[in-house]
Write a protein that binds this ligand. Structure first.
Ligand code: HC1
Ligand code: SF4
Length: 571
């Protein structure tokens, strides 16, 4: 152990600890801006500088290791003045239209400027960064970029996509795309992880809420909404409620107040996906189809596969994602049952995901020339709409989803967590194979946040080798092993975002990003609690799923199912 003093507090930490970590452990808060532990640690913005008695100059706490006997001062006059000056320099080159910025009051730079009392900026603007890229679901406004480099790190190192890079030097330094193409043009998979990590408003999703308002105000349209599993345990954060708390009932009430004609649930169609995908898995195993079967419900992952692993495209499940299956039945089965004209139905999705905006626009997701889903908004956009409507969210009563496409099981809900699709599928596949109603339904080996999880399950003489990965960087690692022949599986779940949908690119943004893992754990726990409380916990036991097969789809994999619920991807 190394002993030192930080702001007069006696501190004892293991050798190799940075001053920043040591301070944090003893609840001394040193501000940071570019630093993100484990993701981006360049020590370049110097906001975290501290004084070490007897050392020359100030030291960046994020990269300076503790030494025996040193005396550290984290907030002396020199430190405070230096930080203020650094902030002024950053602000000089920053587009300061805070009032119209999506990140107003959720901006790390704005908060630091306030904390350090920056009241005016005396430096002159040097860089001419003013590139606006708004052609796809991810909008990039370089006039707000502060060149911290976090987005580049998460995109290259965690996601292994390399859609953005730091270019040029000195005053001309910018974050841009290779060949300065539009972000949506090539490799970007629209995962939105860069938005979540950006300290300021340089990255955000395309705002589709106007499209939704217009539909709601159009008397000709019958507007239905579906809500993804992960939204219910995160939306509350936008209204100051505890992280991971389930706000399903309030959310349904708010959506009705916004004017949606029906409020339905993507977890219903997650159950539908399990019926189709479970059947596809058994067919591929028993009839010698292409293996491993790989899930295709995460559109960021699908795009990543199309760019980097074209040799695996036939491994992707032909099942559309729950979002798209929902749209397809909301425009066929639902209007038939409700006596409505399918052409007048407008389908809105509320998703934790920015890539779902891209998925909804894909040509592969149309039935007879009609899009399954007409507009996709994120959890954050829904929160803004609720605020714009003047709804006092926290005071709302709970209410229930509408019938027909609104009932789900615990299996559908756990889709939100990494490992959830796998677990839901195993629950159904095990009952089908054994012909029993099995009681042991929690597959703990596929739960948790380890990057690559594996499980071998034996059901009625059949061995199923399963793997679960989250984050496209982990997916790439696993598929490389399969290519090399050092791993093989029957079934793989891939989710494009680290942590799965609960940490999707459209979820609430944390001011304190060092809490990301803790927040993911709380959201995941909220999801598993909903599963445990559910009346039914297996997709094939969902009464509305039974009904749709009896009255419309006939059976999983039927001709009609294929027409509506399946697609395929080609290079
Ligand atoms: Fe997801 Fe899915 S789980 S992809 O994370 O398969 O977005 O929540 O809606 O479609 O159900 C997202 C979540 C979501 C789909 C489902
Ligand atoms: Fe990279 Fe994802 Fe951001 Fe695209 S959306 S630039 S892939 S992090």
């Amino acid at each position: 152990k190394i002993n030192l003093k930080i702001d007069g507090i006696q501190v004892s930490v293991p050798k190799g600890t940075t001053i920043l970590q040591a301070a944090k452990e003893y609840k001394v808060n040193i501000p940071t801006l570019c630093f993100m532990q484990g993701v981006h640690e360049p020590g370049s913005c110097r906001i975290c500088v501290v004084e070490v008695e007897g050392w020359r100059g100030l030291q960046p706490a994020c990269v300076t290791k503790v030494e025996e006997g040193i005396v550290v001062k984290t907030a002396g006059k020199l430190v405070r003045e230096t930080r203020k000056e650094l902030l002024e320099l950053i602000l000089a080159n920053h587009n300061r239209e805070c009032l119209s910025c999506a990140r107003n009051q959720k901006c790390e730079l704005q908060k630091l400027a306030e904390d350090f009392g920056v009241s005016s900026v005396s430096y002159e603007k040097k860089a001419a960064r003013a590139e606006m890229d708004e052609w796809g679901p991810i909008v990039r406004d370089s006039s707000k970029c502060i060149l911290c480099g976090r987005c580049v790190s998460i995109c290259s190192n965690t996601q292994k996509v390399n859609a953005i890079e730091i270019a040029q030097r000195g005053a001309h330094t910018t974050v841009t795309t290779p060949y300065e193409e539009a972000l949506s043009g090539r490799s970007c998979i629209n995962c939105g992880q860069c938005i979540k990590i950006c300290p300021v408003g340089a990255l955000q999703e395309r705002d589709d809420s106007d499209k939704v308002w217009s539909a709601l105000e159009d008397p000709e349209l019958h507007v239905v909404v579906q809500t993804a599993p992960a939204v219910r345990v995160a939306l509350g954060e936008e209204f100051g409620l505890p992280v991971g708390i389930n706000v399903r009932g309030k959310m349904v009430t708010a959506l009705r107040r916004l004017g949606f004609d029906k409020v339905f649930d993507t977890t219903f169609s997650a159950d539908l996906t399990i019926m189709e995908e479970g059947t596809e898995l058994l067919q591929r195993i028993q009839q010698g189809g292409k293996l491993p079967l790989i899930t295709s419900c995460s559109p960021g992952w699908v795009k990543f596969c199309e760019h980097n692993f074209t040799d695996f495209l036939d491994n992707l499940s032909s099942c559309k994602s729950p979002q798209q299956m929902f749209g397809a039945v909301a425009k066929s089965y639902y209007p038939q049952k409700a006596g409505l004209d399918p052409k007048k139905i407008f389908v809105v999705s509320v998703m934790p995901c920015t890539a779902k905006k891209y998925e909804a626009d894909r040509e592969e997701m149309m039935v007879q020339g009609r899009k399954d889903v007409d507009a996709v908004i994120t959890t954050r956009e829904l929160a803004k709409m609720i605020k714009q409507a003047g709804i006092n969210f926290n005071d709302l009563e709970d209410s229930e989803y509408d019938e027909l496409l609104g009932t789900s099981t615990g299996a559908g809900v756990i889709f939100a967590n990494t490992g959830g699709v796998m677990e839901a599928a195993l629950r159904t596949v095990a009952d089908i194979l054994t012909g029993q109603d099995l009681e042991a339904i929690e597959y703990s080996a596929v739960r948790g946040f380890e990057g690559i999880k594996e499980a071998t399950v034996h059901i009625d003489g059949l061995e199923i080798k399963a793997a679960v990965v989250h984050g496209t960087g982990n997916a790439a690692q696993l598929l490389d092993r399969i290519r090399e022949g050092t791993a093989n599986y029957h079934f793989i779940e891939v989710m494009g975002c680290p942590g799965g949908c609960i940490n999707g690119g459209g979820q609430p943004i944390l001011m304190d990003k060092s809490r990301t893992q803790e927040v993911n754990r709380l959201r995941a726990a909220g999801i598993y609690a909903l599963d445990r409380q559910a009346v039914k916990r297996k997709s094939h036991e969902n009464p509305e799923i039974k009904k749709i097969y009896e009255e419309y789809l006939e059976k999983p994999g039927s001709h009609r199912s294929h027409e509506l619920l399946h697609t395929h991807y080609v290079a």
